[in-house]
Structures are given as C-alpha cells and as structure tokens.
Ligand binder design. Structure first.
Ligand SMILES: *Cc1c(COP(=O)(O)O)cnc(C)c1O
Length: 483
C-alpha cells in the first residue's frame, strides 16, 4: 500500500505491512567519531564496528528482522543430531516450493556453492552465469574454473530501462556451449535476481530459452535462487500473462526448468543464517553429502541449529507473501523517487533489494584508478553514517580476472523488514547531500591487497591532492575519457 503525500511531485510513502514489537537502538556517531572510525577501519566499511554505523545498508544478507512466527519457531527446535523433525519440515517446505528431491541444508549460500562447485567443477572448466556473484565467482576460480558472464547487453547500461536486465544473452550462451562442448562446461548457472547487475530480474521466457539451450548441449542448469521470490514478483508485474499467478506458481515454473539450485536463505529465506543446495541428481547429491558431512555437519542439520531450520521453513513461506514483497519493492522505489527529485544518478530500473548508485555518473571527475566506488561509499559514511558497499573495480577488478569492470556501482542494500520510510528518507537525503558536493570527493588508493575477495579485507588511504583536478561544485563536470 502506498499513500500519496500532499505535494504531488513527492514520491508516495510505502506503508509498512507490519508493526513494531521489539526495538533496537540505533547508534548516532558524531562527525568526529566517524572520521576516527574511517581511519581505524582503513577506509574499508567492512572494518567498521556496527556501533559506528547509523543506517546499515552494507547488505540485505542475514540482516533482516524475523517475524513473531519465526521467533516462535525457534522455540520448537528439536536439537537431535540426526533425524530432527525440524529437518523433516524444512525438507518438505523446500521440496514443495522447488520440486527438487535432494535437499542439503548448509549454514549459508557460499557453503552450498562450495558443495556444488567442488563436486562439479574441474580445472580448465568454464562456468557461464548471467553475472557471477562475488562468492560464486570465487568458488569457480578456487576449483580452477573460469567464470564467464553472459548477461544481455542492456545489463551493462545503467540508463537502460529494459525490464529484465538479469536475462541471459542466449546466442552468446549457445556460442559458448558450442565452443567449449559439454565436457568443459559442468553447469550453466543463472542468478535470480542478478545481484551484481543491480538486483535485476530474469524473465520466465528468457529462462525457458536458457533451459532449452542448456538441454540441447546436454549441460545441467542450476539457479542461484537467493532472491527467487523478488524475481517472481517482477515477473508477475512485468511479463505478460503472469498477473493472475501466485509467487509460488511463478517460482515453480522456473524450478521446473532446471536441475537444481543453491540458496542463501539469508535473502529470500528471511533468516539471519541458513541456506541449502538442492538437486534432482541422486549421484551428485550423494557426493555432495560426503562433503556436507566433512565441512558442515550431518545432513539433517548441515551446520545449523535445528531451530534455525524451523525458522527457515517459516521464512521461506513468508517471503512469498505478496503484501511483504510489494512493500519491499516499494521501499526501493521510494528511495529512487527521492533521488530523482535531486537528480542523483543510479542504475535503472531499480531492482528488488536495493539502489545501486551509478558511480561513473556520480563522480565523473574520478578515474578507475581513484577507486571511485569505494571513495563514494566512504563519503556516504562520512556524511551521514551510512554503510554501503562498492560493487565495481575492487569487488570485480583486475585481480578478479576482468580488466575494466563494465559497471562501477555503490549498492545501498535494504535489509528486510528493518527500516521505516523515515529512515529511507534520511538515506536519500544523505546521498543527495554528497551528490551536491561531489566535486570535493577525493580518490583512494589500496594500501593492503589480499589475494581473494579483496573487498572484504583490503585497506585504503585517501589520495593526496586528487581533489585538485576536480571541477568545482555547481559547474557541470566534464565527461571523463574512457580508456
Ligand atoms: C548472498 C549471495 C550468495 C552467497 O550467500 P551467503 O549466504 O552470503 O554465503 C550467493 N549468490 C548471491 C546472488 C547472493 O546474493
């Protein structure tokens, strides 16, 4: 439900479809506190203490609020090592949503990826995906594989309003499969929604084509189903003939086309920890189960407390609720509307779980070497205590196997059921204030560079004198030449 405000140019207010039962105090660090925290953290917002953060938009992963029904579910944990009834309910919930038979619980998504990729992926293999998420990419690389992104061209144009920017470029996928052959491609993966590309949905029509292509080449098809319910919401909204269908039906239409899935239930499972890998392939399941026992735990708990499985069963059901999903998407659109009013550039159209600021348009006076995405994330923290994350040249830079990342973004991920409309209005205001003084934003250099997943632990320092090249505020920024 949305309420129009008095001023017709104002975006409508998303009204929360829940009320507050428990509250958590929000810290409010002073400007001096924030400056000190930045230095201590090496200008990496992952190193901040949560007490130093006012509004935390680092991720929507495991940061949501559980419902009263989920908290109640924790109380009926059957903590048996083997054969817990919580596992039985979890297994039947996931089976009824996905139709996959073999369900292996894991403590989170990357553990599911570890099981799948270390079982299927061999050195020299190629793994296509619309856009690899950072941990997915890292698991392919760790197993000697080569992650290849085959998203449609529109996915790389932040200004394109194409409604399904998560779609796969099917001719490109077909050419890749033709070139590499089934021996060298252990699976095709599709991430719904496409997180790295802005939380963008994949259409059912595209997914059908992908499934047909993968089948024609004899290659199994897996989905990274972290945000499958949000994806189904967009399909229902945008794809013809889908309006009358439920989220469950649309989700099932996707799952019926593929061989299995990995899931971080910290997203559309509405829990703080949990995940699973699911497959129709019995022998693959047996091999993954051996690793599951080695790395996670017995297959009826998979690295979780049994009560966590119960909360996950409830959360997976709640994530399909249309009122919840409508509000979630409206929250993102509300921020976008406020940013529009102040001409702040972000990736279009907004996706399901956050706003992605278009850094190359936001800070045109900085070049890639200035690490502009990180510089912007730092500035948003400095201005208003917001914690966000760079999705660009650090997360997917040269060290990660790509030359110039096609997109340079800062993600403002919205945790599920956590922040109110007034928090979001504050967020939009902080972003707009930084945009208004953007010419003063200076670049950064990386002073500590870890080998894998550098964004988590790298350290940075401000560039000296980098701001002297910057145009003054108020004047139009010249477009930087592309290398
Ligand atoms: C979060 C995420 C993962 C990894 O899940 P974790 O629970 O963080 O380990 C994988 N793929 C996508 C698309 C994600 O968003």
């Amino acid at each position: 439900m949305r309420v129009p405000l008095n001023d017709p140019t104002e975006p409508t207010l998303p009204v929360e479809p829940y009320k507050v039962k428990v509250v958590e105090r929000i810290p409010n660090p002073s400007r001096e506190d924030r400056e000190r925290a930045l230095v201590r953290a090496g200008f990496n917002l992952f190193n901040l203490h949560s007490d130093e953060v006012r509004i935390d938009l680092l991720t929507d992963s495991g940061t949501g609020a559980m419902s009263d029904r989920q908290w109640a579910a924790l109380m009926i944990g059957d903590e048996s090592y083997a054969g817990s009834r919580n596992f039985a309910r979890f297994e039947s919930t996931v089976r009824s949503i996905t139709g996959f038979h073999h369900i292996l619980p894991t403590h989170q998504g990357r553990a599911a990826e570890n099981l799948l990729f270390s079982t299927l992926c061999r050195p020299g293999n190629v793994v296509p995906n619309n856009m690899h998420f950072d941990t997915t990419r890292a698991h392919v690389l760790r197993n000697g594989g080569r992650p290849v992104n085959v998203a449609v061209r529109d996915a790389y144009d932040p200004q394109s309003d194409f409604p399904f920017k998560g779609n796969i470029d099917v001719p490109a996928l077909d050419a890749l499969l033709r070139r590499e052959g089934r021996e060298n491609v252990p699976l095709v993966m599709v991430t719904i929604t496409n997180n790295t590309g802005g939380g963008q949905p994949v259409s059912l029509a595209n997914f059908r084509e992908v499934a047909r292509t993968a089948r024609a080449h004899g290659v199994p098809l897996y989905v990274d189903m972290c945000r499958w319910a949000e994806n189904a919401y967009f399909v229902r909204e945008r794809e013809s003939g889908m309006r009358a269908k439920s989220i469950a039906e649309i989700g099932r239409a996707f799952f019926d086309l593929c061989d299995g899935a990995t899931m971080s239930a910290k997203k559309d499972g509405l829990v703080n920890i949990g995940g699973f890998v699911a497959t129709r392939d019995r022998s693959l399941a047996a091999r993954m189960k051996e690793l599951l026992i080695l790395y996670e735990g017995f297959p009826t708990y998979g690295g979780l407390a049994r009560r966590d499985l119960e909360a996950m069963s409830v959360g997976l059901e709640e994530a399909m609720d249309l009122d919840y999903l409508t509000h979630r998407v409206e929250q993102v659109r509300y921020v976008a509307g406020l940013l529009d009013a102040r001409a702040v550039p972000y990736l279009h159209p907004v996706g399901g779980h956050g706003i992605y600021l278009d850094v190359r348009r936001f800070l045109p006076h900085l070049s890639d070497e200035d690490l502009p995405g990180q510089a912007l994330a730092v500035e948003l923290y400095r201005e208003g205590g917001l914690r966000t994350v760079e999705v660009g040249s650090i997360m997917f830079g040269p060290d990660q196997g790509s030359k110039r990342p096609p997109l340079e973004l800062v993600r403002l991920a919205i945790p599920r059921r956590v922040y109110s409309a007034s928090h979001l209005a504050f967020v939009a205001d902080v972003v707009a204030r930084v945009y208004e003084r953007r010419a003063d934003v200076r670049g950064l250099t990386m002073v500590y560079r870890p080998e894998r997943l550098p964004h988590f632990t790298a350290r940075f320092a401000p560039k000296r004198g980098a701001s002297s090249r910057a145009p003054r505020a108020g004047r139009a920024a010249p477009r930087r030449k592309r290398a």
